[in-house]
Design a protein around this ligand. Sequence first.
Ligand code: GRF
Length: 218
Amino acid sequence: MARKRVAILISGRGSNMAALVAAARNPVYPADVVAVLSNQPGAGGLERASAEGIPTAVVDQAAFGKDRAAFEQAIQQHLDAHCADLVCLAGFMRLLTPSFVSRWSGRMLNIHPSLLPSFRGLHTHEQALAAGVRIHGATVHYVVPEVDAGPIVAQAAVPVLDGDTPDTLAARVLAAEVRLYPLALALVAGGKSTLTPQGVRSAAAVASAVQLIVPDPL
Ligand code: GRF
């Protein structure tokens, strides 16, 4: 099976992007990272991608003002230029329009730093601490027009420890994210997780179960 060509969209430091790039260095990994795009010119992940020899491009959202269609058309042109089969959102902080998302239905993934459907939106670690949960984590899901609501491919769970702050919890979740996303992308790119009208169907039972990844308390 030919490796799926994956484009990664970032807005910041690119921790998850770097993990996906590292995973794809293995020639048997079912995905190949062909481009890293950012909506922010200063995104630190762009340098990390370039250092790995990955083609990068900036589609500066500020240059498009409120013209979302033109912004997304520019993104699409880069995706077409690299013949992307899949898109991975990795710390991409820009809402995409329903029409763009629908065009990539079943071919666009996102990682969200909570155990969806709990704690959608921003400040997920603050939400988790305020709710007093004892288990928190991250979710890789297919992107649908509704924000943080797509069918779930896989999840990683971490403990919430006494004395945790949003920063300590975020660091523990991020340590799980960078292990989870390469796993989830491999399942999708390798055809082991498929999107059906009933949700995600995974060949490996472990794929859709909670991946209880408990890194050493940081
Ligand atoms: C991560 O927690 C990710 O889940 C969220 O943004 C954070 C930063 O991601 N979407 P990265 O370091 O830019 O990959």
